[in-house]
Design a protein around this ligand. Structure first.
Ligand code: TPP
Ligand code: MG
Length: 324
């Protein structure tokens, strides 16, 4: 399906917002104003935005700790996410999970985890729930290149394929897992190469190429919805910052990151929108001004919110027993 100008502008809006939010968090962390575990998504904004925007509103997103941009594109309110990161009671889990395990059932962000690779079989479970209920929802599952080295990846793909589940797996291959380059841990060039072993169709796509990524995502989602089973999409991307903020990135060749930052995908996407007549300079400036305002509002909301009372610590740990 070809992407419309409206969708292209929406993707720019969420990507720019995600970039601003990430920059804001970095500033606050560096100034010592806040203290939170933070996995920067700078460099992958376009990929995240397309994933979230290509889904139907009631589809399920199984998220991972570096994809807040996908979650917000799916509809997770930024205020709830920011407040959750700061451990505030107005957060999506009343401040008890942080960024890493934030979920928002209303927007269909049904799971998020720091257990690397754990997303893959859990997404198969969500997709199985759609089959059992007879609804036509599709589950989209984000995970990193490092996750493909976990047993859970192989188990999840096996089940998804055997049962032809309505799930789209999206590997965000940013070339590194913590402090190790992809090539040092993978005997194959691409995560997508592994899908063949499970009879799952797969493709490698440039995660910065919005129209191509849109086409690949919507095709896979449509096929899953029509009963055609799972797809594995490997989107090539890059991580502008270290694994965590304490990472000096000494394992990366000098100049590699600078070169990527110089070709910032959000900036290049903006240039292409103007050059191709998909958006005017005025439209983009308005989007940017609004995003700056919205990021500030989300931060103020989180900052001004209270911490949860200690009494809620043990609430929501176990689901109530049936009939209770
Ligand atoms: C099961 C498990 N093993 C190891 C870890 C430690 N760990 C946290 S993040 C990470 C790297 C994952 O890399 P990747 O999947 O490429 O995602 P990225 O951070 O690059 O987005 C590892 C090994 C973990 N959290 N869970
Ligand atoms: Mg990675």
């Amino acid at each position: 399906m070809n992407i419309t100008d409206d969708k292209l502008r929406e993707i720019y809006q969420i990507s720019f917002f995600a970039k601003e939010l990430d920059e804001k968090v970095q500033q606050l962390l560096m100034a010592g104003t806040i203290n939170t575990t933070w996995f920067s998504w700078r460099g992958s904004e376009l990929l995240g935005a397309v994933v979230g925007k290509s889904m139907r509103a009631d589809d399920y997103l199984v998220a991972y700790y570096r994809d807040g941009m996908s979650q917000m594109a799916k509809g997770f309110p930024a205020k709830k996410l920011f407040a959750e990161a700061l451990g505030k009671v107005t957060g999506s889990q009343q401040g008890k999970s942080g960024w890493v395990h934030s979920v928002d059932l209303e927007s269909g962000v049904v799971m998020n985890s720091g257990v690397v690779g754990g997303q893959v079989p859990i997404a198969a479970g969500w997709a199985l729930s759609s089959v059992l209920r007879g609804d036509d929802k599709v589950t989209v599952c984000n995970f990193g290149d490092g996750a493909a080295n976990e047993g859970a990846f192989h188990e999840g793909l096996t089940l998804a394929s055997l049962w032809q589940l309505p799930v789209v797996y999206v590997c965000h291959n940013n070339l590194y897992a913590e402090h190790t380059a992809f090539g040092k841990t993978s005997p194959v060039d691409h995560v997508a190469d592994r899908a063949m072993a499970y009879n799952v169709p797969s493709t490698v796509v440039d995660g910065d190429d919005v129209p191509k990524l849109w086409e690949v995502m919507t095709t896979a989602i449509d096929r899953a919805r029509a009963g055609g089973g799972p797809t594995l999409i490997e989107a090539m991307t890059y991580r502008f910052r270290g694994h965590t903020r304490y990472d000096p990135m000494a394992y990366i060749a000098t100049g590699e990151v600078d070169e990527r930052v110089r070709r910032d995908p959000v900036v290049r996407f903006r240039e292409s929108l103007v050059a191709n007549g998909n958006a005017t300079e005025e439209q983009l400036k308005a989007i940017e001004a609004q995003a700056v305002e919205d990021v500030e509002e989300a931060w103020q909301f989180a900052d001004n919110s209270a911490y949860p009372d200690v009494e809620v610590l043990h609430a929501d740990v176990f689901a109530p027993a049936p009939g209770v």
